[in-house]
Design a protein around this ligand. Sequence first.
Ligand SMILES: Cc1ncc(COP(=O)(O)O)c(C=O)c1O
Length: 421
Amino acid sequence: VFQAYGELERQGLIEARPQSGFFVRARQQLPEPLPDAVPQSATPVTTQELTLAIISAGRRPAVALDAATPAAALLPTVQLGRSLARAARRGAIGYEHPPGRASLRRELARRSVNWGCHLTPDEFVITTGATEALGLALRAVGRAGDTIAVESPTYYGVLQTIESLGMRVLEIPTSAQDGLSLSHLERALQRQRIAACFAMPNFANPLGSAMSDERKQALVDLLRRAHVPLIEDDVAGDVCFLGPRPRAAKSFDTRGLVLYCSSASKTLAPGFRVGWMAPGRFRERVIALQWASTIATSTPAQLAIADYLSSAIYDRHLRRFRAAVSGNADRMGALIAREFPDSTAVTRPRGGLVLWVELPRRIDSMKLHALCLRHGIAIMPGTLFSPRPIYRHCIRLSCGVAWSTEIERALALVGQLARRL
Ligand SMILES: Cc1ncc(COP(=O)(O)O)c(C=O)c1O
């Protein structure tokens, strides 16, 4: 019987929920979207203005389905508050100079075993969120005019950073199942100079794709042979719905060419602005760049996250958190299948905080976004996830919500509004 459960779980038909047993996963979901067309050359990025306009327009809506951040109700707010109070009592007033608080780097080193990495505290640099880590990584490996290979679609935040640094992107087709196309990347590496590859091997934003360990190793090996660094964004690695936490691509790095970036934003406290990186052979350069830009990450926030991670409650919190987000993803997938226009496709991620919805091509996600805002609902239009207008008919929805009938009604309304378009 247990073998049968194991097999059904492997096929994604049932899921184990901690201390509750096995549950059938929602079945009404639609086929996976297909990767879109391939560009032949690098593209300048000019989406920042639009991105900022969309983000400001959706600030404080009644129902937030736009941001890939967890709702406060899903986070250990009280315990983190206690950790912060303990940090304040210890007088966390001074700078915590790069590479950042030793106690936090020790906790991260201990936890890196779960990502298959076995890193030492000295390999980490604490940053102001993953955003600073990604910016430092990009600046450490490239300069204005350089080309960065990215998944397509990719996280709009990194597109903003790339644009602000005057870099260009080469989009690599990406499957919602297993991520970046290695054959396309290989051809691109042969054809042109690429300064770095930015990828989210674990539960990419927005596709939710997850690369197998074999494909992660192949990615790291391919880039090593071409002497191209990999900037790995693993912010969603801890938000896995089934089975153990997946390995990081960094775990296959033998030459220090992978700049691993992550943060506490997806599972603990986005507002604490605590992130980290393991920049491999670029460590000294990253530290110099950090001194020159922000000097240091906030000391009380570093201490609080270190304090929280050193207790056993993080793992307990993660189990509950993963079950909540996974349940949301199932419910939302089923609701989208019921309420959205015919021939809508939605991803079925195995982790992360977002669903990617491909609507019929006639639907303009910018118009849908404006319509939804009029009803107090924020969604993220697909237009922001590429420098080219190839995802106009797509939207990204957050499944990091605290489920309620209000959310359920709002999502059904998004579907009805899309039908009207
Ligand atoms: C894929 C990805 N990387 C990085 C970030 C930024 O994270 P942080 O809040 O730690 O700066 C986000 C936030 O939405 C994200 O989704």
